[in-house]
Ligand binder design. Structure first.
Ligand code: ATP
Length: 551
């Protein structure tokens, strides 16, 4: 089972509606936390690095791809439960799988036995078939994407790789894993065919402990992916044809997950190994052991106890097999621009310009579709503001367009209610009266009239709440600014929000006569978020109805 470490000072206590309970690990894209839902169910929440949130293109793709991923269900899937934005970071929550990844288990215990690999093949093909049937692709399948839970393998992170790799541009390589399909190396976007290539590589990894095309240096691995046939002799014979077919350099010639699944189950293979899943616990790996990536660094592997006993061929170690090595020289791909020692795994690698297709086309489609959806969505968003308890006033989402009939009732924008009387405990202090100074003799001997002592009320604190215009950047990316004002005395406020959105800040103090603005980031469709402000200037509730085309 994954080791859950305590949270550090920089870790969040909550992510949207999830209560964060510990830190599971950190990958190339972000940090994975253990968390709980309101009903105490354990989930894994991955919070991506901030650079992804900052990239408009990635944010848009993330929303579109995760929405599709949310529809994927299946026995061997860790379902995506929610996704959104948390403190300027993209996150997604998925089912927690109580087990190590295939990568961790192979690093610890060495290559897997034939029956386990066969079961792994069936389970992961079943998962990929579900992903592809939902109209999406995994986009980053690798040994780290397969978690070995107590009830069998579960595939995680589907759809995410597509979003995060970004669109192909001349000179930028898509995919940074040694399991990447050749077409991605020359600019095509991730898709089901690429998943099949990565699936085959993952099976080779399970059987040998090494990616099929090695992991020694970036140019060498790219070169082999593009032109060589790996050594598959360690695979169980039952999988040889399937894996060979999936490693075809021509994407269209690879079988689909569904076809392969039918073929393998037809031949009697099942998703359960003969001895059953042992759900082996993998102790945490030392920090210097990284998951195989085209990082330019070889993965150092500790001498695992049962590894030596496995018959992993020496030639299948980090270097390619003898059978594949010779062909590398013949590859006509100019790799001069590829850095030999690239930075972190996530950095895009430079390759000679390639054609723009695949993801580029998909992205353009998303942009257009997103714009159209955004327009539709924009007119279906409504805000409701109330001064604490109902009845609430309903106002349209101020997007400048009439709402479609039946979507959200339109109404005039009401003026926001004031908090009436000052709080009963307000102190009233007398205004100090200057006493005549003995050092300064008065010109007149007649005593000046002394004003009777006065008392003034300091301005009573009152909180005004004004939701602004709903900003719809894409069919996924909604935000509402809420302006808080303190026209009377200083106001100290706290905000809480129900599920489905994230606040830019949850507490603050506004000086008398000043204002502050907070942002509510909305994520899912068809839900309602309530932001409740409690303060010494009254309680206010803003109800946001996130409309959408699928409501
Ligand atoms: N749903 C989950 N349930 C339990 N553990 C998980 C889940 N998802 C990820 N983990 C664990 O969290 C840790 C970090 O996972 P992560 O996916 O970030 O690693 P990675 O594959 O190296 O990253 P990346 O895909 O970003 O390069 C791993 O130990 C992984 O097994």
């Amino acid at each position: 089972m994954p080791t859950i470490r305590p949270l550090g000072p920089a870790d969040p206590a909550r992510i949207a509606s999830f209560k964060v309970t510990g830190r599971i690990g950190e990958g190339g894209h972000g940090v994975v936390y253990a968390a709980e839902t309101g009903s105490g169910e354990r989930v894994a929440v991955k919070v991506l690095q901030r650079r992804f949130w900052e990239d408009d293109e990635v944010r848009r793709a993330f929303g579109a791809d995760l929405r599709q991923a949310q529809r994927v269900t299946g026995e061997h899937i860790a379902r995506v439960l929610a996704y959104g934005i948390h403190q300027q970071r993209l996150y997604y929550a998925c089912e927690y799988v109580d087990g190590p990844s295939l990568w961790e288990i192979v690093e610890r215990r060495g290559p897997r036995q034939a029956d386990e690999i066969e079961a792994l093949a069936v389970a992961t093909l079943s998962a990929l078939a579900s992903v592809h049937a939902a109209g999406t692709a995994h986009g980053g399948f690798k040994p780290g994407s397969v978690l070995l839970g107590p009830d069998g393998p579960r595939v995680i992170d589907f759809g995410v790789g597509r979003a995060l790799d970004g669109p192909p541009t001349p000179g930028r390589l898509i995919g940074t894993s040694p399991f990447t399909a050749p077409e991605h190396l020359v600019g095509a976007g991730p898709g089901p065919d690429g998943d099949m290539f990565a699936w085959a590589g993952t099976m080779v990894y399970a059987a040998t402990g090494h990616p099929p095309f090695g992991q020694d240096s970036v140019p060498a691995v790219i070169s082999r992916i593009l032109s060589e046939t790996p050594d598959l002799s360690a695979l169980p014979g039952t999988l040889l044809d399937a894996v060979t077919a999936c490693l075809d350099k021509v994407p269209a010639r690879r079988p689909t997950a569904r076809e392969l699944l039918a073929r393998l189950t037809g031949a009697g293979l099942t998703a359960a190994p003969a001895a059953g899943w042992s759900a082996p616990a993998a102790p945490p790996l030392p920090p210097d052991i990284l998951e195989p990536g085209l990082s330019g660094r070889a993965v150092s592997s500790p001498a695992a106890p049962d590894r030596a006993a496995q018959a992993a061929p020496a030639s299948a170690a980090a270097a390619p097999s003898a059978r594949t090595a010779g062909a590398a020289a013949a590859v006509p791909v100019a790799l001069a621009a590829v850095p030999l020692a690239p930075g972190p795994q996530e950095e895009p690698m430079e390759v000679p310009a390639a054609g723009r297709h695949g993801r580029g086309h998909r992205d353009r489609t998303y942009v257009l579709a997103g714009a159209a959806l955004a327009l539709i969505v924009a007119v279906m968003v409504a805000l409701v503001v109330s001064p604490g308890d109902p009845p609430r006033a309903r106002i349209p989402g101020a997007v400048g367009s009439p709402l479609p009939p039946g979507a959200v009732p339109s109404a005039a924008v009401p003026s926001l209610p004031e908090t009436p009387a000052p709080p009963p405990g307000a102190t009233v202090e007398p205004t100090p009266v200057p006493s005549p100074s003995p050092e300064k003799p008065e010109k007149s001997e007649r005593p000046l009239p002394v004003a009777p002592p006065t008392t003034t009320h300091p301005p009573a604190p009152v909180l005004h709440v004004s939701p602004g215009r709903v900003r719809v950047k894409s069919d996924y990316d909604f935000a509402v600014n809420i302006r808080l004002r303190a026209p009377g005395g200083a106001v100290t406020w706290r905000a809480t929000i129900t599920e489905g959105a994230v606040l830019s800040s949850t507490r603050g103090r506004i000086r008398a006569g000043s204002s502050a603005t907070i942002t509510v980031y909305g994520t899912p469709y068809c839900s309602t978020s309530k932001v409740r402000f409690t303060s010494n200037g009254g309680t206010r509730t803003v109800t946001i109805v996130w409309g959408g085309v699928r409501c």
